[in-house]
Design a protein. Structure first.
Length: 367
């Protein structure tokens, strides 16, 4: 049985719960409130993070809310306790980015990822708190990044995987100028209760179309496709078991108040009568390494690990996904020991099937 590692690959930090947008598919529960992380929380996390970074590459991902809504002065104060060896990332809707923010990113060596769903007409659900379109403001932020030579990644949410969409999106992001692209098929989680069930053929076709578009002009690192090809290569080499880590990454998410949620950032801020608030401790009371070492004592974590073993026993795709995500299990099944979810089907099973469909279509005919 796989356990949870004592040293994470990265830490997620919530500098503020506030977001200046009100996207229809967002899962965050407190995005209308400006609850900012106190500097002592960041300092408590920086101690162990600096030690981990001294041993090799280590990242802190600043994720809100909208992280830039915390303001440059406050975000700078949160960054200050971390050593220069720590790699910082920010996931942003880009609407607040201007030349001053670009200078801030450059000074602090922050890697930027922009959330945008493709051309203007594909961003209808990314609106301001007043319900107005945000696309022009997003593009102004992207223009600032490009003007200041700040490289950036992009993250795109797909609500309906329809024919032709994958090609349209890939060509759009080529023109946008991002160097890495991640595609998320919308998930039912958190406060987003919209059903994310789609016909298998439509989802499989979307991924097959995306890999075809990427192969025609592979200038962008396409996250999901490259994961799939890496797995397929390992299977052909008989080394697929080497792709899964021996222990699960705990992915500690540190909330604005110092509370720590493990394994799934999407659980932060939620509670359940049977499970409590999903937290495993608070860095203002217990050092982060101690919280990680005691992870299995959190009741829902033990239930999740049992579910991972059920996936291993039942699912032929286990070697690719490693057992799915805790938040998807909870928000789709109401428990953590269930197995297949719509997220598994959309973003793991159909993804791999779509890549294989494309490979079969491209294979030479037998002589």
């Amino acid at each position: 049985m796989r356990g949870i590692g004592a040293v994470p690959g990265y830490v997620v930090m919530q500098p503020t719960t506030l977001c200046n947008l009100d996207c229809a598919y967002c899962y965050l529960p407190m995005r209308s409130a400006d609850r900012r992380m106190p500097v002592p929380v960041a300092a408590a996390v920086a101690g162990p993070v600096n030690q981990w970074a001294a041993g090799g590459r280590f990242s802190v991902v600043w994720h809100g809310g909208e992280p830039l809504a915390a303001g440059r002065e406050h975000l700078g104060a949160l960054l200050a306790p971390f050593d220069a060896a720590v790699e910082h990332h920010v996931q942003t809707n880009a609407t607040l980015i201007d030349n001053a923010w670009c200078e801030f990113f450059a000074v602090h060596g922050i890697r930027v990822s922009v959330s945008v769903d493709g051309p203007r007409e594909r961003n209808g659900e990314r609106v301001t708190r007043g319900g107005r379109p945000s696309y022009d403001r997003i593009m102004a932020g992207v223009a600032a990044l490009r003007r200041n030579d700040i490289p950036f990644s992009a993250l795109c949410v797909v609500s309906e995987p329809t024919p032709g969409l994958a090609t349209e999106l890939y060509e759009y992001f080529l023109d946008l100028g991002c160097d890495v692209l991640g595609i998320n098929i919308e998930e039912m989680e958190g406060v987003n209760t919209r059903l994310n069930e789609h016909p298998a053929g439509a989802v499989r076709g979307f991924w097959a179309e995306l890999v075809a578009a990427w192969r025609r002009d592979p200038r962008i690192h396409l996250r999901e496709i490259e994961w799939s090809l890496r797995y397929a290569s390992a299977v052909l080499d008989g080394a697929e078991d080497d792709l899964l880590p021996r222990q699960l990454d705990p992915i500690p998410t540190v909330g604005y108040d110092g509370s720590v949620v493990l394994l799934s950032p999407e659980l932060a801020g939620f509670s359940d009568p049977g499970y409590g608030d999903f937290t495993s401790g608070n860095v203002l009371e217990t050092p982060l390494p101690d919280i990680l070492r005691a992870a299995a004592r959190t009741p829902w974590v033990a239930e999740f690990l049992a579910g991972v073993e059920s996936c291993r026993a039942r699912c032929p795709y286990f070697g690719f996904c490693g057992g799915g995500h805790a938040a998807n299990r909870y928000f789709e099944h109401g428990r953590f020991d269930g197995t297949e979810t719509n997220h598994c089907r959309n973003s793991k099973i159909r993804l791999l099937e779509g890549v294989l469909d494309h490979a079969r279509d491209q294979a030479p005919s037998p002589a």
